[in-house]
Every structure is written in structure tokens, then in C-alpha cells.
Design a protein around this ligand. Structure first.
Ligand code: 6R9
Length: 657
């Protein structure tokens, strides 16, 4: 770990927040969550989670709740057997809720589709039969590279049904990023579509797959959904979804798998270059996904209309679009497009159209809505909303208050939910109906979860103190490893506090005087841009792979809308340096990063420099570069190998800007 790299200083002033919003008596009386669950769970953690697991359908009951003897590799509900897709689909049909809407799907161009649980069962069965016909079986990996289409959900659940692992790759990632993920997981099948709608235009998607699968020996078939009727190149292993899936039988009997059977791999950025394949398994994951969705959003399955605006390419889409809500038999909205297509009121139009009651989004989206103006949501009937959620990065109290006032009508509880790809499900959050909420703080660990803020030695810092966030007890939806790299799993998460057995989350945090937790951003070299994790190393490697770049250093600088923006400092190669620095050359570099990783990783700004600030051991001091990027006085340079470097950089920047 290098220097603290989180936006902690910008949040310091917020820790004096004293506004709290207790639940109304009416909300509390009807809430799913109760205040006694904290004590009950603390008294018997495993018993508490067993009660939550009991809400699922098990083909075979477990013999043991938790086996932690192989720590840090956990086993939950040992000996139990279940099928995750059966729990998300079939059991609701069997319980007589086949006619209940599972998904109100809303396409960006305005087309829509309503899918009941009975239809979902037929679609998932067809997809499972189709994948089986392509040779997919238990333990195989399937890469899903799709935008927010119903077929993405069918595909994920079809994998779960067959015991195959899905690896969903965000549709905004480049061919290169897709290729790396396919190869790491050795996926047998890739599911994609011809093109995707983005801001009113159809953008090709399959073309990226064509480029990616040129160097992916494991891929046997590419299954292509037709969405935009974009013209596509056709290769031998390509098959249209409508040719393969539609003719299949809509009956499929799911098989029960071991509670620890792998469910999916999801790649996330770490502190080093290559993304980590985070591995999740079945019983524990589904237990915590369903429990948290039910209590944190106060879901009432027959009457609520829930909408999570995340993309299924991120963990939020996995747990809070697919597994949590469907395990609970929720009715939900899935929207294909961007919030400003075709106009900036699109989300509120959808809330009004479907009578959305529970809405879950990211702070960056809320800040964008703030920028567009309160008069936009004011034009719509948002009175059905009763719980609002936030995830992905710290939410500043100003955005929190705006959200409550302008979207929540000044009355809805806001749940600020802290968790990670690795934690699988929400860990720290208020409970609506129980917690008096506080703008900007995720507050306390959920019942059955234990988290602490500790100093470098692992000592709890106590009320008012600041330090590192750790999870000191295993939890059901915890990651079970990094795909193919047990050592990296131990090194990344468990080595910092090895003696204490704590999971180190990579986030800085503080307690306020009430003991509520405030998240302060990453303390490692991971940036958070619009709630997306991007590592500085990843962007640096992309830059250095361009022929004109000799060296690069990347920092996340605070940004009023996206949380952090990517700022790159590059040293150009000898002769390139003379011509470059011009706008065209810098644009070419930004486009190169976009091609290598994806548009989300495009630097906001690139500064050409002669030198980079390094310690004597050769470590780039990103803290100093962040000072420059954020237009601050440059901090302590005493550990630099050459302390004049920062003068050079600062002067050079002033001249060139
Ligand atoms: C779910 C998700 C995880 C990182 C995490 C932290 C940041 C997420 C947050 C939050 C403050 C919240 N983060 N939720 N920070 N308050 N409510 O976002 O997973 O993409 O793996 O990112 O996001 O820094 O460590 P993931």
C-alpha cells in the first residue's frame, strides 16, 4: 500500500453533520427491519444467518452454518444443496405468483416488455436448454457481454440453473478488456448482441467481440442477440440467439448444487494491472443478497415496484437487479439506456409510468440530476417513492439532502449502502424504519455483520477516530477467492492484518462522535470514477502501451460530478515530445486509453511533463501529483529523490495551461 490516496481531506468538514431524520411512526410500524435484530444477530451470528437462509428453498438442508477452519476460504451452509435459479424463478411460480410481474423492461428508444415470473421461468428454461445444447455444463464459464436487455438476465439465470459460472463483462469495456477477461476465466461461450442503444444512437457491440475472440482459444460459440439490427460480420462460431434459444423447450428441470458451488466470477480493478476475478458461490451469497434486499429496501413483494439503475456489468446489477430482487419475488424496472435519453426527465418519467416505490442509484447520477436542475423532477409525479438508496462512493451531504428533498419529497428514508464486489452484498447501511438517517454517513454494519475502523496495528480507533475499514468476522456473501490465484486473494485482502484475521477493504473511514461510520474513499491506488473502480496502474499501462509515451502516472482528482476524474501525467519519448503536447496528440492518447480499457477510463486531462516525482525507492508519489491536479499547494516533498522535480512540474503546468 502506498500513501493514503482517498479524498479524505475533502470530506473532513462533513463530519460535523448533525442533521438526523428519524423514521416516521407509520413507516416504522410497517417496516421489515426491526431494531432487535442487531442484538439477536450479535448474540448468535450463525443462528441469525441460518434464519435468513431458511427463507430460501433448499433441496438438502445444511449440516453446519459456517466452516471457517480453512480461513480465509469460508464455507457457508456446509452440506446444503440448492439451485439459485429455482430460488429466483420457479419457486415463485410454484407458490402461485406466476402472474406477478418480475420485470418491467424499458428500452431506450421507448419500446418496452413486461415479463411475469411464469414467463421468466419459460425464458430462463429455454436459455438453459440452449446453453446445454452448446455444451455448457456445471463448472463451465460463460462470458456475458450485453447491455441492459432481458436476455442478460435470462443468460445469468440460465447459467445458475446449469451450475455454470457467468462472467459478465460491462458493455462499455473494450475488446482488449473483454479478451483478457475471457481468457482469464477460459470461457466456453460468449453471449453478446449486434449493437446497443446509447444516447439515442445504435452503437455496434459485436464488433468488439469479433476483435476479442481472435485470441481466445477457449471460446467455442458466440451467441448473438439481435437488438439494433446493426450490420455484423459473421464468423463460423457465431449463432443468433433467435435461432438457438427460441426453438428450445420452455421446460427445464434445475439440478440442486452444493451450497459452495461457484455461481459467478466478476472482474474488478485492484492495485496492480490485471483485474481480479472475484469468485462468489451459491448458498451464502443468495442468503445475504435476499436478506439485505428485503430489509435495506423494505421490500414488500406484492406491492412494491423496485428500480436499481446500475448496469448488470457491475456487482450492484448482479446482487440488486438479478439475485436479491428475484430471490425475493420482487417486481422491478430494468431500463436499457442513459438518464438523458431522449430528455433529462427520463428517469422520473419511468418512475411515474410504473409507480416506482424503491429507487437505488449512485451519487454521481444524483449530482448529475442536481446539475440538470430540480425543476426537471418537479414536473413528474414521484409520490409513489418511499425508499431511496445510494451506492458506489461516498455521498456528500449536499447531494443527500437534494435527493431527499427533490426526489423523496422531503420524506423518504435514504439508505447509503456501503459494500464491494468482494463483499457480494450490502454490509454497512441504515435500515429504513429503524435508523435515524444522517446525510453522508453509511452509519452502522447490518445485523449479522461486523466492521470496525482500526489503526495500522488493527486497534479500534473508537468514536471520533479515523483509520482503515476492516471486516473482522466472516459473512455469508463474502468472496471465496480470486479466480485462479489463491495467493493474490490472501495477499490482497488478508495480509495487512494477518494476525488478527481481518479482511482489509481498502477504504479509509472515520467514526463520528455517535459511533456512526463515514467512508472516506480508497486508501490504495484505486480510483472511483462515477462509482466505477479503475486502478491507476491499469490506466498507466494503457498509456505506456502507446508508442509516444515513455512513462505515465495517473491520479484520481476530485471532481464535482463523477467523484473523481482521471488525470494523467505523461513523459513523452524523445522525438514525440517535440511534436506532441498539441491537442491532437493528447486526444490520440485519450482515445488510446479508451480503446485499451473502455470509455470510462478515458483521462479527463493529460499533462505532459519532463519528470515524475519519485521516492528514493522509485515509487511514484501520486499524492503530490494529486495536489497539482487539484490546484493545491504541493505538500511535503522531503521523501522525493529529487525535490526540485515538483517545481519543474508545477511551473511546466502553469506555463502550458
Ligand atoms: C458496490 C460497489 C467498491 C468501492 C468501495 C468504496 C466505494 C461503494 C460506497 C462506497 C462510500 C458507499 N463505495 N459504496 N464508498 N459509501 N455507500 O460499488 O462495489 O464497484 O466493488 O466498489 O466503492 O470505495 O471499496 P465496487
Amino acid at each position: 500500500m502506498s500513501q493514503p490516496d482517498g479524498p479524505s481531506n475533502t470530506l473532513d468538514n462533513l463530519l460535523t453533520e448533525s442533521r438526523t431524520f428519524p423514521p416516521t411512526a407509520e413507516f416504522a410500524a410497517a417496516a421489515n427491519a426491526t431494531s432487535d435484530s442487531y442484538d439477536r444477530a450479535a448474540a448468535d451470528r450463525e443462528g441469525f444467518w441460518a434464519e435468513q437462509a431458511d427463507q430460501l428453498d433448499w433441496a438438502r438442508k445444511w449440516d453446519q452454518v459456517l466452516d471457517w477452519s480453512g480461513a480465509p476460504f469460508a464455507k457457508w451452509f456446509v452440506g446444503g444443496e440448492l439451485n439459485v435459479a429455482h430460488n429466483c424463478v420457479d419457486r415463485h411460480v410454484e407458490a402461485g405468483n406466476g402472474d406477478r410481474v418480475a420485470i418491467h423492461w424499458e428500452g431506450e428508444p421507448g419500446d418496452s416488455r413486461t415479463i411475469t415470473y411464469a414467463e421468466l421461468q419459460r425464458e430462463v428454461s429455454r436459455t438453459a436448454n440452449a446453453l446445454a445444447s452448446l455444451g455448457v455444463g456445471a463448472g463451465d464459464r460463460v462470458a456475458i457481454y450485453l447491455p441492459m436487455l432481458p436476455e442478460a438476465v435470462f443468460s445469468m439465470l440460465a447459467c445458475a440453473r446449469l451450475g455454470a459460472l457467468h462472467s459478465v463483462v460491462f458493455g462499455g469495456f473494450s475488446a482488449e478488456a473483454l479478451r483478457a477477461r475471457i481468457n482469464d476465466a477460459e470461457a466456453k461461450v460468449v453471449i453478446t448482441c449486434d449493437g446497443q442503444y446509447r444516447r439515442g444512437k445504435a452503437a455496434p457491440l459485436k464488433a468488439n467481440v469479433d476483435e476479442a475472440v481472435q485470441h481466445t482459444p477457449s471460446v467455442e460459440h458466440v451467441l448473438v442477440v439481435k437488438r439494433t439490427a446493426t450490420e455484423v460480420a459473421w464468423n463460423e462460431r457465431d449463432k443468433w440467439w433467435h435461432d438457438v434459444v427460441e426453438p428450445q423447450s420452455d421446460q427445464h428441470t434445475p439440478e440442486a448444487f452444493d451450497s459452495e458451488h461457484p455461481l459467478f466470477i466478476l472482474y474488478t480493478s485492484g492495485t496492480t494491472g490485471s483485474p481480479k476475478g472475484i469468485l462468489h458461490t451459491s448458498g451464502g451469497y443468495l442468503t445475504q443478497a435476499a436478506y439485505t434486499h428485503r430489509t435495506v429496501f423494505d421490500l414488500k413483494p406484492g406491492s412494491d415496484v423496485y428500480w436499481c439503475t446500475a448496469d448488470i456489468g457491475w456487482v450492484t446489477g448482479h446482487t440488486y437487479i438479478v439475485y436479491g430482487p428475484l430471490a425475493n419475488g420482487a417486481t422491478q424496472v430494468i431500463y436499457e439506456g442513459t438518464p438523458n435519453s431522449p430528455h433529462e426527465g427520463r428517469h422520473w418519467e419511468i418512475v411515474q409510468k410504473y409507480g416506482v416505490t424503491l429507487y437505488y442509484t449512485a451519487p454521481t447520477t444524483i449530482r448529475t440530476f442536481m446539475k440538470w436542475g430540480a425543476e426537471i423532477p418537479a414536473q413528474y409525479d414521484l409520490s409513489t417513492l418511499r425508499v431511496l438508496g445510494s451506492v458506489g462512493e461516498p455521498i456528500n451531504p449536499e447531494a443527500w439532502m437534494w435527493y431527499r428533498e427533490n426526489i423523496g419529497g422531503g420524506k423518504t428514508p435514504i439508505v447509503d449502502t456501503w459494500w464491494q464486489t468482494e463483499t457480494g452484498a450490502i454490509m454497512i447501511s441504515p435500515l429504513p424504519g429503524v435508523t435515524a438517517t444522517k446525510p453522508g454517513s453509511a452509519q452502522v454494519p447490518l445485523p449479522g455483520i461486523s466492521a470496525k475502523v482500526v489503526d495500522e496495528t488493527g486497534e479500534d480507533v473508537g468514536p471520533g477516530g479515523g483509520g482503515l475499514l476492516v471486516l473482522d468476522k466472516p459473512w455469508p456473501s463474502m468472496l471465496r477467492g480470486i479466480w485462479g490465484d489463491d495467493q493474490r486473494f490472501k495477499d490482497t485482502y488478508w495480509s495487512k492484518f494477518a494476525d488478527l484475521g481481518y479482511y482489509f477493504a481498502g477504504d479509509g473511514a472515520k467514526y463520528d462522535d455517535d459511533g456512526d461510520i463515514w467512508l472516506l474513499g480508497r486508501v490504495d491506488d484505486v480510483m472511483n470514477v462515477s462509482g466505477h473502480r479503475i486502478s491507476t496502474t491499469e490506466v498507466e499501462s494503457a498509456l505506456v502501451s502507446h508508442p509516444t509515451v515513455a512513462e505515465a502516472a495517473v491520479v484520481g482528482a476530485s471532481d464535482p460530478t463523477t467523484g473523481q476524474g482521471i488525470v494523467a501525467f505523461v513523459i513523452l519519448r524523445g522525438n514525440a515530445a517535440d511534436e506532441a503536447g498539441g491537442d491532437a496528440a493528447l486526444k490520440a492518447l485519450r482515445d488510446h486509453v479508451s480503446h485499451e480499457i473502455g470509455p470510462i477510463a478515458k483521462p479527463r486531462q493529460i499533462m505532459v511533463v519532463q519528470e515524475l516525482p519519485k521516492t528514493r525507492s522509485g515509487k511514484i508519489m501520486r499524492r503530490l501529483l494529486r495536489d497539482v491536479a487539484e490546484n493545491r499547494e504541493v505538500g511535503d516533498v522531503s521523501t522525493l529523490a529529487d525535490s526540485s522535480v515538483m517545481d519543474l512540474i508545477s511551473k511546466g503546468i502553469r506555463k502550458s495551461s
